[in-house]
Write a protein of this length. Structure first.
Length: 134
C-alpha cells in the first residue's frame, strides 16, 4: 500500500513539474514576442526622429547634426545602436541575450522600413524580410 502511495505521489509531482515547465515556457515566449515587438516599434520611432534631424541638418546652412538630440533609446531585452554614413543611417536592435530576451535582430534605415531575421544575435541586414509584427 505504501509503495502504491509513493508511486502516485511521484507521478503527481512529475505531472506538476511538466505543467510548471510548460507554463514557464509559455511566459518566456510571450516575453520574447513582447520584447521583439517593442524593439521594432522603438527603432522605427527612433529612425523617424533621426531622419527628421538629418533632413533638418541638410536644409540648414551648416548641415551639422546635434547628437545630443539623437540619444539612442532603450528597449527591453535589446541593445539598440545607430550607424551614421553621411546623410544615410541605420538603426540596429539585437537581443541582449539571444533566445532569452529575443531571437529576431532588427534594422531600419533612411527608408524607415523595419527589417527582421533570426541572425543568432548578430545585426540584421537590408536583405532581410520586412517585419510584420504578427
Amino acid at each position: 500500500m505504501l509503495i502504491i502511495l509513493l508511486v502516485l505521489v511521484a507521478v503527481f509531482v512529475g505531472i506538476l513539474a511538466v505543467h510548471g515547465y510548460k507554463q514557464w515556457r509559455v511566459r518566456l515566449l510571450q516575453k520574447i514576442h513582447d520584447n521583439e515587438y517593442n524593439a521594432a516599434v522603438t527603432i522605427w520611432e527612433y529612425g523617424r526622429m533621426v531622419k527628421n534631424e538629418v533632413e533638418a541638418a541638410v536644409r540648414a546652412s551648416g548641415g551639422a547634426l546635434d547628437f545630443k538630440r539623437l540619444a539612442v533609446p532603450h528597449s527591453p531585452g535589446y541593445n539598440v545602436s545607430l550607424e551614421m554614413i553621411g546623410a544615410y543611417f541605420r538603426v540596429y536592435a539585437v537581443p541582449k541575450k539571444y533566445k532569452r530576451t529575443g531571437t529576431l535582430s532588427f534594422l531600419t534605415d533612411s527608408t524607415l522600413s523595419v527589417r527582421a531575421a533570426d541572425r543568432s544575435g548578430q545585426n540584421a541586414t537590408p536583405e532581410d524580410d520586412e517585419y510584420r509584427g504578427d
